[in-house]
Design a protein around this ligand. Structure first.
Ligand code: 9MR
Length: 358
């Protein structure tokens, strides 16, 4: 009986250990030698005290999840609404947090409806140019950096996207089809004219698992360098899961760093629910794998990106309640370092340990 109770107690202790709300002895910003950031929006800052406190305590910088997207700033042509974005930036600046702007051009939902209707190349070129000019100038001196173009390359071909509808028939901003593949370079030129002091990034997903995309990004950088197109950094979104192969992450970090540009892990989250089920309750093994993957990512970034190119690591949200993934996959998931109450998870400990690795 005693033996059996001991086994039960040991099992319980192991379970509690993986689920333990760690009382962290270090914050992420203390643990990291480079800026750690969170993607956030102003409503949560205003409405949730634990959210706000976590930003203040843990982060060096922020990215706007949605409020700096064209769909929010320019709902109507020629009318700019900076209200939400200004609130967020005032909060960041008042608290000494670096602001990363996201994003000027994105082919998907982030483009306003009126812009997606444009078919004429001159009209679209001018609309984008005017938008970048107005928004870049408005935030000049307050925003350290911008994702100028987001996700320009096709998943299958690695060529510049030229689709006007997605697989569900939703209208896209077919900027590649209307303006031609060199539009990406011109957007960087417009962004540089608008705010010559801002660091300009190209941001992309799946580079850790899609060789065609990674090569497309590398090819774009080589071309930009040859032609003197201003670009300062590359964003590796890293929406990954607990089974994403380490080798792919290392390969992407290494190859992107070889460009000599700043490297930003720009949207990190690590999904555990690879079967995309609902409901979903992570097992002790999945929590352990998430802990290890957070640790690996931070450690790999430190090992493979030279210090002077370490722009930082940003997670896409703070706590699991902020994640975009459940809405997208119609499943449950817990991909972030903090739980729904903004208590540090085991994943947090992995992240902090990786950031502190020698
Ligand atoms: O997390 C964002 C979600 O709330 C928005 O509905 C969506 C569309 O604007 O964008 C999400 O963020 C995306 C980011 O802007 C670009 N990379 C992928 C992110 C997750 O979809």
């Amino acid at each position: 009986m005693l033996f059996k109770n001991t086994i039960i107690l040991c099992g319980l202790a192991a379970f509690m250990q993986v689920n333990a709300q760690q009382a962290p002895s270090v914050t992420l910003k203390e643990a990291a030698a480079f800026p750690v950031g969170f993607a956030i929006d102003p409503v949560r800052v205003k409405n949730s005290e634990p959210f706000r406190r976590t930003v203040l305590e843990q982060a060096d910088g922020i990215t706007a999840t949605n409020c700096m997207k064209p769909s929010r700033i320019a709902r109507q042509k020629g009318v700019y609404d900076f209200d939400q974005a200004d609130q967020l930036i005032d909060f960041a600046i008042a608290n000494g947090k670096r602001v990363h702007g996201h994003t000027f051009v994105w082919y998907i939902d982030s483009a306003p409806g009126w812009m997606k209707q444009i078919r004429d190349s001159t009209e679209l070129e001018n609309a984008l140019k005017n938008y970048i000019q107005a928004v870049g100038t408005h935030f000049k001196g307050k925003v350290a950096s911008w994702d100028v173009v987001n996700e320009a390359f096709d998943n299958k071909t690695g060529a510049v996207r030229q689709d006007s509808v997605d697989q569900d028939g939703k209208t896209l901003l077919n900027v590649g089809g209307i303006l031609g593949k060199d539009y990406v370079a011109r957007m960087f030129q417009y962004a540089h004219q608008a705010d010559p002091g801002a660091l300009l990034f190209y941001n992309e997903y799946d580079q850790e698992k899609n060789a065609g995309k990674l090569n497309a990004v590398l090819g774009m950088v080589a071309d930009f360098k040859k032609r003197g197109i201003p670009i300062h950094g590359l964003g590796l979104q890293m929406h990954i899961n607990v089974n994403t192969p380490d080798a792919g992450i290392e390969n992407a970090l290494k190859k992107l760093a070889e460009t000599g540009l700043l490297i930003h892990i720009s949207e990190l989250d690590i999904s555990m629910n690879t079967a995309r089920t609902k409901p979903f309750q992570p097992t002790a093994e999945q929590l352990e794998k998430q802990y290890r993957k957070y640790k690996f990512v931070a450690d790999a970034y430190k090992r493979l990106v030279p210090e002077k190119q370490q722009f930082g690591i940003t997670t896409w949200g703070i706590g699991d309640a902020d994640s975009w993934i459940p809405g997208f996959c119609k499943c449950e998931d817990y991909p972030l370092p903090f739980d729904k109450e903004y208590r540090a998870k085991k994943a947090f400990a992995g992240f902090a340990e990786g950031l502190q690795s020698k």
